[in-house]
Structure formats: structure tokens, C-alpha cells
Write a protein that binds this ligand. Structure first.
Ligand code: PD2
Ligand code: ZN
Length: 282
């Protein structure tokens, strides 16, 4: 027999959440009054998502869009990267952050550095006024971009990331490699393009907004050089081969994805960054 999710049921679910009852308690309560588990979960998910969207809209926030997300719902220790098992070292819900262990082998880290080194120049950032690119004093590293799929190595890493975060290769920007020496840093910023900036409408014509980032650590500075999330006082250690994934479902500070590359104090830091767009990025 099919069970219908009525407006009254949806209101009851919202009331339970407002009263502070856990999702599990609400689910148990629905099951004991005869709801099928799958129907109950679907009712709760769609109701609470719709409620959050309504609240966000009422506050004038941009709408939420689908984002990449590793399949960590049942807390696996490892994820299948296709050609490699990748460890799940930790996660946060807000900001949405997943820390990945052993995304890259030591050989892959070295090969990326070797291929990038001769092509480095002072890092540019997207000029949000015009949509072009410019030198940015908040970003004192040296960098370069690979073309998507430009070598077997780059294509292999891109395919692995796409599988891990369940997002098409075609929606990724080319991998960027950055090199930081002591004293250099990338001050806290958001990776999405600010909807209020005049250049954003031009930038997002190609592939839509950025919705996720994967920062891969290719070398280990002796001190400093972590990736910080100042809104939540959290820092990811730059351990070679590991990576931090984070996503942002709307281009807004409510995602708490403000993040920076802390100053390198001793040694050098190399990273590779993959930014993910909403749609195919040609
Ligand atoms: O170097 C980093 O840890 C870092 C920090 C913030 C990289 C990026 N952002 C980035 O490439 O977007
Ligand atoms: Zn960033």
C-alpha cells in the first residue's frame, strides 16, 4: 500500500526538528506509527530541505545548488578511487569538509611538481571586477595551470577525483599547482565568485559557479602552510599525498567556507588545486 506524504505530516516533521528532536528519534517515531522506513526518510529529507530552502530565500540568500559529495554517509574508512583506495581521515558538516588520506602517491606528487616547476609564474587570481585575471597581494605564491587531461598523469588524477567526489571530470577546471616559500601565504578567501561583483556574470558563463574545491598536498613544509578555515577555527595539516575537499552549495558566507593557506614558516609547500563547477567547463 502506498503512503502519502501530506502537508500535515510535513508540518509535524518541521515541528519535531524545531523542538530539537534528533532525526533518528523522528524516524523511530514515524516507524512506530506505521510508516515505511524508506518513505519516512524521503519525507524527512525532502521536508527539511524544502524548509531550509524557504528560510534561506526569506533571508535573501542565493538558492542552494547540487554539489560534489564523497559517499561517506555510512562512515567508510576508505573510498574507492578506481585505481586507488583513499582513506577518509575526517569530516565536518558545516563547512562541508572531507579530509582524504593518500589521494596521491609520493611518485604522483613528485611528477606533478616536476611537470609544474618549469611553468611557474606569480599567481594570479580572477579579477572579479572585470572577469579577467590579476596579481593579488593576498596570494604571494607562484603557480601554473595544467590543461584538463593534458597528460596521462593529470587525466588519471582527474578521473580519481571525479569518482571520489561523484562529480563529472568535465565540470572541473584544469588543475592548478602552487608553490609557497617561507613567508608566502594565501590569505582567507572564498573560492566561489561573489555574485555582487560585476565580473561574476561573465566568469560564470563558462561552467557556472564554483561549487567545490580539492586541495592536494604535494610536499611537506616543516612548519606552517596548513589550510585554515577561520570561521570554525579549523586547520588541515599539509601532509604529502593527502587532500582536503570542501563544497559550497550557495555562493554565500553561510557556507562557512572561508579558507586560507597559512604562511609557510619553514620549508616549502607545493599544492595542486582542483576547482569544480556546476556544469561542464569548456
Ligand atoms: O594553499 C592552500 O592551502 C590554499 C588555501 C586556500 C589553497 C587555496 N585556497 C586554493 O587553491 O583555493
Ligand atoms: Zn581557495
Amino acid at each position: 500500500m502506498s503512503q502519502t506524504i501530506t502537508p500535515e505530516l510535513r508540518q509535524w516533521i518541521v515541528d519535531q526538528a524545531r523542538a530539537g528532536h534528533s532525526a533518528d528519534a523522528v524516524l523511530q517515531s514515524m516507524k512506530s506509527s506505521g510508516w515505511n522506513e524508506d518513505v519516512a526518510i524521503e519525507a524527512m529529507e525532502s521536508t527539511l530541505r524544502g524548509h531550509l530552502d524557504q528560510q534561506a530565500q526569506a533571508q535573501g540568500l542565493p538558492p542552494a545548488v547540487p554539489v560534489p559529495e564523497p559517499d561517506v554517509a555510512d562512515s567508510p574508512l576508505y573510498l574507492d578511487g578506481g585505481d586507488r583506495q583513499v582513506a577518509v581521515l575526517g569530516s565536518l558538516a558545516l563547512p562541508r569538509v572531507v579530509i582524504l588520506g593518500g589521494l596521491l602517491s609520493d611518485q604522483e606528487c613528485d611528477a606533478l611538481i616536476a611537470a609544474a616547476r618549469p611553468r611557474l609564474s606569480r599567481s594570479l587570481t580572477v579579477a572579479t571586477q572585470t572577469g579577467g585575471s590579476e596579481v593579488n597581494p593576498d596570494r604571494t605564491s607562484q603557480g601554473m595551470f595544467f590543461q584538463r587531461g593534458e597528460s596521462e598523469l593529470v587525466a588519471r588524477i582527474e578521473a580519481r577525483i571525479a569518482r571520489l567526489i561523484r562529480w563529472p571530470v568535465e565540470n572541473g577546471e584544469g588543475i592548478q599547482v602552487l608553490h609557497y616559500l617561507p613567508g608566502t601565504e594565501y590569505k582567507p578567501h572564498y573560492d566561489y565568485f561573489d555574485p555582487k561583483e560585476p565580473g561574476t556574470s561573465t566568469i560564470v558563463k563558462r561552467g557556472g559557479q564554483r561549487v567545490g574545491t580539492v586541495v592536494m598536498y604535494l610536499s611537506e613544509p616543516e612548519k606552517g602552510g596548513g589550510t585554515s578555515f577561520p570561521d570554525v577555527f579549523f586547520e588541515v595539516a599539509p601532509k604529502r599525498g593527502n587532500a582536503v575537499f570542501f563544497s559550497y552549495e550557495r555562493p554565500h558566507p553561510s557556507t562557512k567556507t572561508l579558507h586560507g593557506g597559512s604562511p609557510v614558516i619553514e620549508g616549502e609547500k607545493w599544492i595542486a588545486t582542483k576547482w569544480l563547477r556546476e556544469r561542464e567547463f569548456r
